[in-house]
Every structure is written in structure tokens, then in C-alpha cells.
Write a protein that binds this ligand. Sequence first.
Ligand SMILES: [Zn+2]
Length: 246
Amino acid sequence: MLLRRITEHVKAQNWFAVALDFVIVVLGVFVATQVANWNGARIERELERAYLVRLHEEVSIMVTEQESERVETVARAQRLDEVAAYFEAFGTQDAASLEPVGEHCSAVISSHIFAGDITLPPTISELISTGRILTVSNQELRMRIVRLAQAIDEYGQLRHDIQVDRLVLSRKYPDIIRLSPVDRDQSVCDFPAMAQSQAFRNDFLDNMPRFKAYAAGVIQGQQDLRQDLHDALDVELEITHVDKAP
Ligand SMILES: [Zn+2]
């Protein structure tokens, strides 16, 4: 239609009309391209938001679910420190105030267990494997997401390293550790005998830093990064939680 009209105008040598037709064609193409661009950008923004909402959901659940594991693991690492302090003080007056209890025994016999979750929220795996991480327009937020993914890899490697040749103390020292058949917390440790056995103390001091690295790095570190990401997602999505401290 437009082409026929242009041809007629050329035949009639009506150059003003030809120029006008040309402008109409160019404008038409420009507007169509702009509309397609706006549409594409809108779809991308909606996709980004959908990903972030899903990620927020996953991270919130993980932070809540992993909190008891974090608290317990950090507490166990602390108990190991206290046992080490008792061993150092053994034979002195200070030892009495550092006398270990059941929780300490439980920490000692679990000092080779590094079984907590090292998990990446599924949405992060999807964002990275599909390259859609680039749809996250906030660069700071994108960095936090990638950082968590990298950290999960590093924590997996760290756990692998500290698990190599770890010692099951209860197996090596059955005379001074009696495991409970019912509950680990009801196991019995002969702490004075442990303190007097340099072999036991050496093995204990081999396990202890591994467990502390696991508690501070793998468990606490993961939870900190999840919490940081959760906070950043709250800001990005303008979410406020009534039960969260300001
Ligand atoms: Zn939130």
C-alpha cells in the first residue's frame, strides 16, 4: 500500500510527498523497535523479580532451618575449647572450676562429625547454570549471589580436607569413653584420665581445630552469607519482617 503510494509519488515527481513517505516509514520502524525493546525490558524485569522472590523464599527458609544446627555446632566448638582449657589446667587449682560435664563429653565424642548441610539454594544453581544471573540488575546483589555459590564450593572442599584422617576418639580410647547406646549426650567420659593421657590429648588437639574450622567456617560462614543475602533481598524487594530486629 505504502510502497504503491511512494511509486506513484516518484512517477509524479512529487518529492515532498516522497520525503514524507520516507519519514513515515522510518518513524514506523523506529516506533516498532522501541515498543519491542520496552516489551523485552518489561519481560526481563518481571523475570528478574520472579527469580528474586523465589530466591528470597528459599534463603529465608534455609536461614531458619539451619539456625539450630548453627547454634548447636558453635556451642560444641566452644565446649571443645573449654575441655582444652581443663586439660591445660589439670593438676592445678584452676581445674576445679573448669570441670567438664555431659555436654563436654558429647562434644568430645562428636569432634569427628562434620555432617551439617552444605547447600546452595536451588534458584542460585539455576541462575548460574542458565546464565540468567545477568538478569539480576543490581550488581551488589549479583555479587552476593555469586559469592554464596563460590563459598559453598569452598566449604565443600574445606570439609573434605578436614575429614581426611580425622579420628574417632571413642573407637581409639574405649577405656576412657563409654558411648551410650541410647543417646550420645548420655555417654560417659573419664576426663581426668583423658587429661593424664598425652596420647589422648594429642589426638584431641588434632580433632579440635578441625571441628572449630568446620563450626566457624562451614556452618557459621554459610549462615552469615545466607543472612547477608537475605538482608540484601529484603532491601531489593522492599520486604520487611515484623519479627526481625531493625
Ligand atoms: Zn526477607
